[in-house]
Write a protein of this length. Structure first.
Length: 166
């Protein structure tokens, strides 16, 4: 597989940042297979779910979403090609569904959020979002739609593997 072919899908800045990275191998395989893969950003793997505006990011092992057969085949092919991400994250479009306006709470930054703050900010930027708050909302207040499967490489690149509708 020619790694050079993956670069035509990326702008020069993205291509330069992944040179020598495991992300380059993911993108090359995706290009070879005709998958629409892209780099979302670079941040450490999540350990807990994080809610950012209209997005819910959940470590895959904590998510109960039914993964389509096509997505499972992609994961199997990644592993068959020797690609071992440090983990997967499922990103959901998660518009809040509340019957009454939510109370305005002061912004709090518990210890675990301080560590996750940089992760969340980086991923929010990659998803094209502005980060307005730093509160983790209870999962019961959310409706999840249109999941995206992200592989987090060993060197912390977040790469979109697939997306589907539920």
């Amino acid at each position: 597989m020619n790694n050079h072919t993956s670069h035509h899908l990326l702008d020069k800045r993205q291509a330069d940042c992944i040179t020598g990275s495991q992300a380059q191998d993911f993108l090359a395989l995706g290009n070879f297979m005709g998958w629409q893969m892209r780099i979302i950003g670079q941040a450490p793997m999540l350990e807990e779910p994080v809610h950012l505006q209209n997005w819910l990011l959940i470590p895959a092992q904590q998510d109960s979403t039914r993964v389509p057969r096509r997505t499972l085949r992609r994961i199997q092919l990644l592993f068959a090609q020797g690609l071992r991400p440090q983990g997967f994250v499922v990103v959901h479009e998660a518009p809040m569904q509340l019957t009454a306006p939510a109370p305005v709470l002061p912004e709090r930054k518990p210890l675990e959020w301080q560590q996750a703050g940089n992760v969340a900010a980086t991923i929010a930027k990659g998803l094209g979002l502005l980060m307005l708050g730093s509160l983790l909302l209870p999962l019961g207040l959310l409706v999840v739609l249109d999941p995206i499967l992200i592989a987090v490489t060993q060197d912390n690149y977040w790469i979109e593997i697939d997306r589907w509708q539920v």
